[in-house]
Design a protein around this ligand. Structure first.
Ligand code: FES
Length: 435
């Protein structure tokens, strides 16, 4: 089934459940926004709600992340700021920008009062990328009480929620994206994960808030941004299963539409079903590209090559894919669209580029919790579960499991999550160590 929506007044179609960003890409719309200063075009970058690249206006609501929102019938999608203008004089900054070193406005103008006052106004205009909508009533926040809040709906989060719920706990499971399961594609997810996902979806004692981003924690209270309203959850215990962010690789042109994180490329191809048949080059600084290349090939993306800056990867090479080791990308070819990547004198033709520069724990919520009064203790206790000795560990209030605790393997994360769920259940029934 397809749905029709509009983009800047033009009719577009989307597949069922496809994100707005995925649907736009399928219709050939790569540029979604522009950078504030040099007005450089921006396209989907992470496909996971972690960057400003895909911000658009949806039905008059500004700054909506189009990679997180499923396209709906009759939806009115518009670009914001410079991306929505036919002519923007500031785009010339992108051409003459090389004459202005990074941060020049602060170093130079800040020292000169009159010039700064003039420039400050311009900066404000440059940064104001969208019109503020007309005043509207802010919907009242909802409140919920739970025995356990699980933040993150990847393998670790789902396992924690399912295990705790099976023991009778009232669980709130919050995930940033509408789809549960994290980056584990349904095709390769383990039977345990699929079963647990099904269980949390249907269990009466589990409230799934997805999409729902936990934006702050105050002791045992957490605030979830649901997009159109806030939800305040008071939970006796919480499990942090927020995963990790993939890092970019530094090379000239890595910010252009069509160059994105390999995990984002994986989401677009394997979940949104776009870019099938396109040619891709994966730029690697860790083993992620090798792991995802097999999935991507299977889903229909044609991997031209993996360009790895390391002397040799520590994993088995995917069959039939050229791997260039000890090589670096020196540029991206193509004026309007990407047509290839340059590696020294050689150019490899492609339509899209994936980058894997390693992973960084998504643990900022932990620091939010630690910033509030007595909750400092909670943050310090946000430790990785030791599967052998968790019963004897001091009782943590905020447990970190899965990729946020450094466990990148989905099956191992699932096991950690199950242990955290069991810990929460034991605590609730008084069976755990309350020391
Ligand atoms: S938040 Fe949508 S592409 Fe990064």
């Amino acid at each position: 089934m397809t749905v029709e929506f509009s983009f800047n007044g033009k009719k577009m179609t989307a597949g069922e459940g496809q994100s707005v960003a995925g649907a736009l890409l399928a219709c050939g719309q790569e540029e979604l926004s522009r950078s504030s200063k040099y007005r450089r075009p921006r396209g989907v970058y992470c496909a996971h709600g972690h960057c400003p690249n895909c911000l658009v206006r949806v039905d008059g609501v500004p700054h909506v992340r189009s990679c997180l929102v499923p396209a709906g019938p009759g939806m009115r999608v518009e670009t914001e700021g410079s991306a929505g203008k036919r002519f923007d004089v500031y785009r010339s900054l992108g051409v003459i920008g090389k004459f202005f070193p990074v941060g020049f406005q602060y170093r130079w103008f800040k020292r000169q009062n009159a010039a700064w006052r003039l420039w400050e106004n311009q900066l404000r205009k440059l940064a104001a990328e969208t019109e503020i909508p007309a005043p509207f009533d802010i919907p009242a926040g909802e409140r919920l009480r739970a025995d356990l809040l699980v933040v993150g709906a990847g393998p670790a989060g789902i396992a924690a929620a399912a295990t705790a719920a099976r023991s009778g706990l009232r669980v709130v499971l919050a995930g940033r994206r509408p789809r549960l399961g994290g980056s584990a594609a349904p095709a390769v997810a383990s039977a345990d994960l699929l079963q647990a996902t099904e269980f949390v979806r249907s269990a009466e004692n589990v409230t799934v808030v997805a999409p729902g981003t936990v934006v702050a924690g105050f002791g045992d209270q957490y605030v979830i941004d649901r997009g159109d309203r806030a939800l305040e959850v008071t939970a006796t215990a919480s499990v942090l299963a927020t995963g990790a962010y993939e890092r970019a690789v530094a090379f000239p042109g890595n910010d252009r539409p069509g160059v994105l994180l390999t995990s984002g490329l994986h989401r677009l191809v394997c979940e949104d079903g776009v870019l099938t048949g396109a040619r891709a080059v994966l730029v690697a600084e860790d083993d992620t590209a090798y792991r995802l290349a097999v999935d991507l090939q299977r889903a229909g993306l044609r991997i031209q090559a993996i360009v790895d800056s390391r002397p040799g990867p520590a994993v088995a090479l995917p069959e039939g894919i050229e791997v260039l080791t000890g090589a670096r990308v020196t540029g991206v070819r193509g004026r309007r669209r990407i047509t290839g990547v340059a590696i020294g004198q050689r150019t490899i033709a492609c339509d899209v580029v994936g980058m894997s520069g390693g992973w960084q724990r998504a643990d900022e919520l932990r620091y939010t919790v630690t910033s509030v009064g007595d909750a400092v203790v909670h943050g310090e206790r946000a430790t990785r579960i030791d599967p052998a000795g968790w019963e004897n560990a001091p009782l943590p209030v905020l447990q970190g499991v899965g990729a946020v605790a450094g466990t990148m393997d989905a099956d191992a994360a699932f096991t950690e999550g199950s242990l955290a769920g069991a810990w929460a259940a034991a605590q609730h029934t008084g069976g755990g160590n309350h020391g």
